[in-house]
Design a protein around this ligand. Structure first.
Ligand code: HEM
Length: 358
């Protein structure tokens, strides 16, 4: 007990020293200089990229808008396959990073986001359409597609984590009317990106480097096309982040059949949203350079070790593998605030793939 108490005191001191103070950030805010060692970098708090225009937990229950909305989405998502569920989590990320969380990724048509290369492998659209169809029957014209994506991302996380990840989703987003393929490349971090690039692209959305490390844990589920990591094969000699030899050999064989072949992101627990990802990062059993580069700064490596359970505490927090669930929940909520649209800027689409007819 005495030892525990001592640890708690030390932890609270560490927490106090590294505590973050608010510095307002957003688009164009000067970012922390990634070339400076961590101890010289001012701690930065990144609030949502734009102020939340009236998002609230229980939005559809409030004033009887559509009290069964979240239940309807949950029931549809529960029936989806594990692959579709992985796709739904990624769909939420790709929606929020391009034009904000406004359902723009769902729009069909020439040169929409959906047609851009990073989005060609997205899955889960049919789950969103099924949920939206059920919602339109129950409460026509009330629930936005952007909110359906946010609810579905939460429900998929809940299911793939066996209930360990469970959070309340602030809702009330409106659907956007603009979707451009060209926007995807500027806004979605590429798999070959290094730590500086990925950190900067998250910062541009009001998300911190910690958020990035936490959310990358979603790479403990789902799949990737071989076309997403050609830079990693064969593994670069003398590189501290090169892919682990056995995995590289195996993927070289598998991917020789064509770049459209898909492989698992986490061969050990492919359908479990869990902290296996962080162990994989440390042993270089990860597909992308963006994953592997998390070990290239002491700050991100420390967090990876903490979540993997290799460090007993970090910055006043204990039990990294459990803490990761909570941090993932918080980061998903935070991501859900990016570029949210109001009724003045958006609409409630009738069908998620098309904007409403005037
Ligand atoms: C850190 C920057 C990130 C990069 C560079 C990145 C890149 C990628 C790439 C290239 C794929 C494989 C696509 C394919 O070839 O099929 C992928 C899959 C996936 N990503 Fe990310 N991602 C990042 C962050 C995230 C975040 C923040 C989330 C969600 C919170 C996420 C969730 C997923 C999921 C679930 C899959 C598997 C999808 C499926 O099986 O259909 N990723 N990611």
């Amino acid at each position: 007990m005495a030892k525990l108490a001592l640890l708690a005191v030390i932890a609270s001191l560490v927490g106090a020293v590294s505590c973050e103070f608010p510095v307002y950030a957003g688009y164009g805010f000067p970012r922390p200089n990634p070339n400076l060692p961590y101890r010289f970098r001012p701690p930065v708090y990144y609030p949502p990229a734009s102020p939340a225009p009236g998002l609230r937990v229980g939005y559809y229950t409030h004033m009887g808008r559509c009290p069964q909305a979240e239940k309807i989405v949950r029931e549809v998502v529960e029936k989806a396959t594990a692959g579709e569920k992985a796709g739904l989590i990624r769909l939420f990320f790709h929606d929020c990073f391009v034009q904000g969380c406004d359902g723009s990724v769902l729009l069909s048509g020439a040169d929409t986001e959906r047609t851009a290369f990073p989005n060609l492998s997205l899955r889960g659209f049919e789950v969103i359409d099924a949920a939206k169809a059920a919602l339109e029957k129950a409460c026509p014209g009330v629930v936005s597609c952007a909110d359906v994506v946010a609810f579905a991302g939460r429900d998929a996380s809940y299911s793939l984590s066996s209930g360990r990840i469970n959070y309340r989703v602030p809702a009330g987003r409106y659907d956007g009317k603009v979707s451009r393929a060209a926007d995807t490349f500027q806004n979605l971090p590429p798999p070959f990106g290094d730590l500086n690039l990925t950190t900067a692209m998250f910062a541009a959305k009001g998300l911190s480097q910690d958020d990035m490390v936490v959310l990358s844990g979603a790479h403990s589920i789902g799949r990737s096309g071989c076309s997403s990591f050609p830079d990693r094969l064969p593994p670069a000699a003398n590189s501290s982040t090169a892919m682990e030899t056995k995995l590289a050999q195996q993927l070289t064989r598998t991917c020789s059949a064509g770049s459209s072949i898909n492989v698992l992101q986490d061969a050990l627990t492919p359908d479990k949203l869990d902290i296996q990802y962080y162990t994989n990062v440390l042993s270089r059993n990860v597909l992308f350079n963006s994953d592997a580069s998390l070990t290239t700064s002491s700050e991100t490596e420390g967090l990876v070790e903490f979540y993997a359970g290799k460090r007993p505490f970090l910055r006043g927090k204990f039990l990294g593998p459990i803490q990761w669930n909570h941090d993932f929940e918080d980061a998903m909520v935070k991501m859900g605030y990016i570029g949210v649209k109001t009724s003045a800027e958006g609409e409630i689409r009738n069908t998620c793939a098309f904007i409403n007819k005037p």
